[in-house]
Design a binder for this molecule. Structure first.
Ligand code: ZN
Length: 238
């Protein structure tokens, strides 16, 4: 298994807090919630875009808020629809699924499948960010790396990413399978059901939103640079 820029792809499910015009009536007076961490992952798209440009990696990004439909949840998951959309008539929810959810998931699946056919292996890096404080508790990490501990390639890639990041900045706190478990419901978990650990590795990079939202632009840029360097190092060492 050789990982390179040629068999790696990026995704960013929570890239945007946009609501398509047809559904905006559901979000009147909700602009604050949409702009908060509940509506999207601040900073995730910026980092994913820089990774994509610097390392020449394809990037698939969500185009609307998770409060309309969450691209990082399975269709059977209760939170695939939010408090704003869960009680909509079934036909309206079905339209949202067909217009927004399925095209994204199908494209992700097809891109991975095509790469596996062509290269024999795919590394899928899904870029997210997490709120520094949730329900009153402080989340004690700068970056979380989420993966399935039973998948050897994912485990190795996460360990290498962690090592590279710590080498670049020993003050960083990098935690594995934190603040969520890698096997919890999500796009990578769903992909694992379809693609074996022999041909697919899905790792989520979760960035603490205190960096993009903290006001220290240089520190945020530096963290992104370190993530780019760490991913580039994976290509050179695996
Ligand atoms: Zn996210």
């Amino acid at each position: 298994m050789k990982v390179s820029a040629k068999n790696t792809l990026l995704s960013c499910e929570h890239a945007s807090h946009r609501i398509p015009a047809a559904h905006r009536y559901l979000f009147r007076n909700a602009s604050d919630v949409l702009a908060s961490h509940r509506g999207w992952d601040p900073g995730a798209l910026e980092c994913a875009t820089r990774l994509s440009k610097k390392l020449n990696l394809p990037l698939l990004k969500g185009s609307c808020s998770r409060l309309l439909i969450d691209l990082n949840r399975s269709l059977h998951h209760r939170q695939v629809f939010s408090d704003y959309t869960r009680l909509l008539p079934k036909a309206v929810r079905q339209t949202i699924i067909e217009d927004i959810y399925l095209p994204y998931r199908d494209q992700l699946r097809q891109t991975i499948a095509a790469n596996i056919t062509k290269r024999g292996f795919v590394l899928h890096l899904s870029i997210h960010s997490f709120a520094p404080v949730l329900n009153g508790s402080l989340r004690d990490a700068d970056i979380g790396l989420l993966y399935d501990p039973h998948r050897t390639h994912e485990k190795n890639i996460a360990a290498r990413l962690q090592l590279h990041l710590i080498t670049l900045d020993p003050t960083l706190k990098i935690r594995r399978n934190y603040p969520y478990r890698g096997v919890a419901d999500g796009a990578t978990t769903q992909c694992r059901r379809e693609f074996s650990g022999r041909v697919y590795a899905g790792v989520e990079i979760e960035i603490n939103q205190k960096y993009p939202l903290g006001g220290d632009h240089n520190r945020w840029r530096q963290l992104q640079d370190h993530i780019i360097l760490a991913v580039n190092n994976i290509f050179q060492t695996t």
